[in-house]
Design a protein around this ligand. Sequence first.
Ligand SMILES: [Zn+2]
Length: 266
Amino acid sequence: MFLVIGVDAMSWDVVMENLERLKNIAKLVNMGNAREIMLEEKPISASIWCGMFCGLLPDEHKHYSYVRDGEIVRREDIDVRFIWDILHEEGKKVYAVNVPFVVPPFSFGTDFKPVGFGLPTDEREWEEELERVTAKTKELISGKPDLLITVFTLLDRVQHFHWGEPCVIEWYMRVDEKIGEIVFETGFLSDYEQDEHDEHGDDRLILISDHGFCSFENARVRTLTAREGIKGDHSDRAMVVTVNVPYDIKRPQDVFFAIRKVIGRD
Ligand SMILES: [Zn+2]
């Protein structure tokens, strides 16, 4: 199985500075390869998640934001074939859960009801998203699909509202806990550090974010207008951790090619 866990707005610098508190991510970093993705394109969630799963640059897929000319952009408005479209057509068992390239986030092959229209805004909704995405992901893992893509969106909202506060790292820890449930408690990857003799067979993992975060003042691109209560905004410092993936992921689009290299075309 190929599992992609997306965490919107998981920032390379925050993770690296707090790695000893993020036990499961730390374990994955030790087992596989971790790197910072310094974005060349603008750190816009809609555009990056789209490119990650269709393999195209923003100028090619032309999906720049959730809203265009005052209308919410729908899946049908984006003229691309995503990795799930291609693999499904080839007869593979593929699921996508809560992928936020549109609002509400998009799911494929399964019914999933996004929390708060995909923009969970308070503690109760953040909790609910953690639980609901984790439960759905575990359920789908048990059916052993060829590819499962699943995304947590809450850290984006947490950091917009709370950047610089101690609770930010607490929410990272909550996400880390859920990553552990999904990756280790299900038995998807075995819970020990990889050495030369350890083989994961066909089980492959990508853990990736679309962008990082920084203070609102330091943001190169403002994704929200300045108003009271907005403390953080998107940074260029995204990240990726891979386990047993024979492809070097240097930019978001490489996720598409990494999956394509491993599944299908046989
Ligand atoms: Zn984002």
